[in-house]
Design a protein around this ligand. Sequence first.
Ligand code: FES
Ligand code: FE2
Length: 343
Amino acid sequence: MMLKNAWYVAAWADEIDQGPIERQIVGDHVVLWRRDDGSPAAVSAFCSHRRLSLANGRVIGNRIVCGYHGLEFAADGTCVTVPCQHAVPKGADIRGYPVEQRWGLVWIWMGDAARADPATIIDVPHWGSADWGYNRGAAMPYDCHYLLITDNLLDPSHVAWVHPTSFGGADGSNVPMRVREGAAGVTVSRWIRDAPVTPFYRDLVPFAGNADRLQQYEVRYPALAVIKAVIVPAGTGGAKDDWGTTPGADAFVMDSYNFITPENDHRSRYYWFQLRNVRPADADLSDAMSAAVLAAFSEDLAVLNEVQRGMDSAPASAISIATDAGPLRFRHRLAQMVAAEQG
Ligand code: FES
Ligand SMILES: [Fe+2]
C-alpha cells in the first residue's frame, strides 16, 4: 500500500549539511548528501561492491565516495571510479533518485524518474511572507503504518480525547463533520461555534471572549496534510464549512503543513511546520509554538503506536464509525492509485 510515483519528504534540508545520511523511504534505503554546488542528491544506500552504506562514506566534489574501498558514485548513481583498476566493472552502478529542495525540505521521487515533475511538489502560499510567522518541528519517527497517521489527520474529532489540554475542548466533541473528496485528496471540516478558545490558541488569538473556529483537515495523496485553523469572534464564522473570504483583522489563521513519509510497513517519519498570521517576527513565539505542537503531536504518536500494537495483536477487522468517513474514502482512493501503479 505505498505509492512510488510521488514526491516524499526525505529530510530537512539542514540534515544533510554535515555529511551524508541514510533514510528508508517507501521500503528503499537511500543515502542523501549535498553536492559541492549546494544541490541535494540521493542514491540507493548500499555500495555495489560489499554493500557498505554510503552514509559511511564522504562527499568529494559532486560525488559520494564509499568508506570501504573508495568506489565513487555520481548523483545519478553511475559508478565513475574504482580504485586500483582502469575500468569500472559491469553492475557497479547503483540507482539515483530525483531530488529537489523546497520549503526547507529535501523531496525525493521514489518511482519512475521520467515522471518526476518538480512542479507537482506541494505549494506553500505564504512561504517567505513577512506577514506570516514560521515555526517547524523535528522529523518524528512513528512505529506505525503511515495510513494510521493519515487516518488521524482526517479525523478532527480525536482532538477532544487525545489533545484535551491543547487543541481540544469538550465543546467540539459532538459537532458533525463535512467530508469532501477531490482529485488531490480528501478534506474534512467543521465550524465549532461560540465556544471558549482552546488552550493551544489562547495566547495567539487577538480578541477576547468566545470564538467560532474552523477546523479544516485536507490530506492529499499519498500522505501530505494541510490543516487550517481559523479562529474568529463568536458569531462571525463563515457560513460554509470552509473559509471562502479573506479573514478580518481580528482573525487568527494557522496553516499546518504535515508530511508523512512511509519508511516501511510499520515505520513512518513525520515532518511538520506551521505558518501563522499573528506576530510573524516573534522568534520566542515560534519556539513556543514548536514546543507546543511537538507536545501535542507526541500525544498522537503515543496513541498511534499503541493502535498499531492493537491492530497487530487483534488482527480481525475492527468496526468503523461515522467519523471514519474521511479516512475510509482516502484509503479507498489511494488503494486504487496504488493498484493502478502496480498494474
Ligand atoms: S564496499 Fe564500497 S568500495 Fe567496497
Ligand atoms: Fe492529533
